[in-house]
Design a protein around this ligand. Structure first.
Ligand code: ARG
Length: 459
């Protein structure tokens, strides 16, 4: 492609380090789409004669057909997808193919291709995240009143409901979706026509190519157009945060399915056995979702490090944006799908959850609140009285609700047997009616609200 100035071909090892075709061939659909938009604009602007435009368009479609059919031969000596498509185009349509590269460079071409790929991928991830939200909201509605322990520091804190716990993840996923959409909105400016770095002397119409590729407008600065990879960084950072959310839930599934917790059962479809220990049911899918967050976060830091020292404008370093971005966003897609599958197969065990919800003096706060509400004690004093009663129960090895009334009255004489009503976990969650609290009626209303909002948003 640049034979004019070169007497010999590249060294074998140069070809190996330089070639990106092994991974950028996946940009073929975007590359052809971009070329079709570019050549149509060149024709309309009178830069290319109509017959060349027609030949090139037909040739690009033929190349596209070969790629879709799997008959296209990708050759490493052609370096990347841009040169591979153009070289095949020349074989098909002859010298007219050479006119396609008028007023553009691979620098604006690759930036455009990558933006198109990231944009489509963000849209797909948004739909998948909505589907996971839907699965969670459906399960949350079913278990709006199923009590379970709520933890802080992984110590029993206060009873909550299983539905409430799930809806916490629905909120996280909604912020993830907001970040996907924000990234999409900000990336939606078209670099095509910035050419190598300085723009072009041809009278191109960048607004036309931008709008025909679904961009809101062309990028405003030609140097920035070819030097910018913020769109990949933003997509990766949104993906990394989403992956962290999935990893946290995956960790909970791993813990909850253990024999020691036994909070939930996961179907055979999402567990594996052990070749040596017949009793084992391992939550491998959850473990892998937890682990794969590592490579997604890694892709983000990898690309940040690639970009941080680059002078304007394009440098070949930027070719390293691809493998990590492709891999990370596809990995997130896989994790979202696996998580949605697991949630749909997840069965909480209400009896175990209820017993666990009441252990560890989880209703101590309810007792303290009762002392404040019914007896008018200042909260700090109520906290103190409750603490002594927990100590007493603990030394007897019993729960708060099993403490005789006389023992409680020895600590605070005004306590009556009405107190026992708030020591049960069901009453505890029922009382948490503040906005955003875990009361089953709240949770039910929230879950129903989500199901309504999510209708029609899933992939
Ligand atoms: N394969 C290259 C990349 O992915 C395309 C751009 C090459 N531009 C250049 N001036 N060598 O970044």
């Amino acid at each position: 492609m640049w034979g004019g100035r070169f007497a010999s071909g590249p060294a074998e090892i140069m070809e190996e380090i330089n070639a990106s075709i092994g991974f950028d061939k996946r940009l073929a659909p975007q590359d052809i789409r971009g070329s079709l938009a570019h050549v149509a604009m060149l024709g309309k602007a009178g830069i290319l004669p109509a017959e060349d435009v027609a030949k090139i368009e037909a040739g690009l479609k033929a190349v596209q057909g070969e790629i879709e059919a799997g008959s296209f031969e990708f050759r490493r000596e052609l370096e990347d997808i841009h040169m591979s498509v153009e070289s095949r185009l020349r074989e098909i349509v002859g010298p007219s193919a050479g006119r396609l590269h008028t007023a553009r460079s691979r620098n604006d071409q690759v930036a455009t291709d990558m933006k198109l790929w990231v944009r489509d991928t963000l849209d797909a991830l948004d739909g998948q995240a909505a589907d996971l939200q839907l699965a969670m909201a459906e399960l949350a509605l079913k278990h709006a009143g199923t009590v379970m322990p709520g933890f802080t520091h992984l110590q029993s804190a206060q009873p909550v409901t299983f539905g409430h716990h799930l809806l916490a993840y629905v909120e996280m996923l909604n912020r993830d979706r907001g970040r996907f959409r924000d990234a999409r909105a900000r990336l939606n400016e078209c670099p095509l026509g910035a050419a190598a770095l300085a723009g072009t002397s041809f009278p191109i119409d960048r607004h036309a190519t931008a709008s025909s590729l679904g961009f809101d407008r062309p990028t405003a600065n030609s140097l920035d157009s070819v030097a910018d990879r913020d769109f990949a960084l933003e997509a990766l950072s949104a993906a990394a945060i989403a992956a962290v959310h999935l990893s946290r839930f995956a960790e909970e599934i791993v813990v909850w399915t253990s024999a020691q917790f036994g909070f939930v059962k996961l179907s055979d479809r999402f567990t594996t056995g052990s070749s040596i220990m017949p009793q084992k049911r391992n939550p491998d899918a959850a473990e892998l979702v937890r682990a794969k967050s590592g490579r997604i976060i890694g892709a983000l830091s990898g690309l940040l490090i690639v970009m941080k020292g680059l002078p304007l404008a394009y440098s070949k370093d930027m070719q390293e944006d691809k493998e990590g971005t492709f891999d990370a966003l596809q990995t997130l897609s896989l994790c979202l799908a696996a998580m949605a599958g697991m949630v749909r197969d997840l069965e909480p065990v209400p009896d175990v959850l209820k017993v666990a919800a009441g252990s560890g003096y989880a209703t101590a706060t309810d007792l303290a609140d009762w002392l404040v509400r019914e007896l008018g004690l200042p909260f700090r004093d109520a906290h103190h009285v409750t603490g002594r009663l927990v100590g007493e129960a603990s030394s007897r090895g019993i729960g708060l609700e099993a403490l005789p009334l006389a023992v409680m009255q020895a600590e605070e004489p005004r306590i009556t047997d009405a107190v026992f009503a708030v020591l049960g976990v069901e009453n505890s969650v029922k009382s948490r009616t503040s906005y955003g609290g875990t009361a089953p009626d709240n949770v039910r209303a929230q879950a129903e609200g989500w199901l309504k909002r999510l209708a029609g948003q899933t992939a």
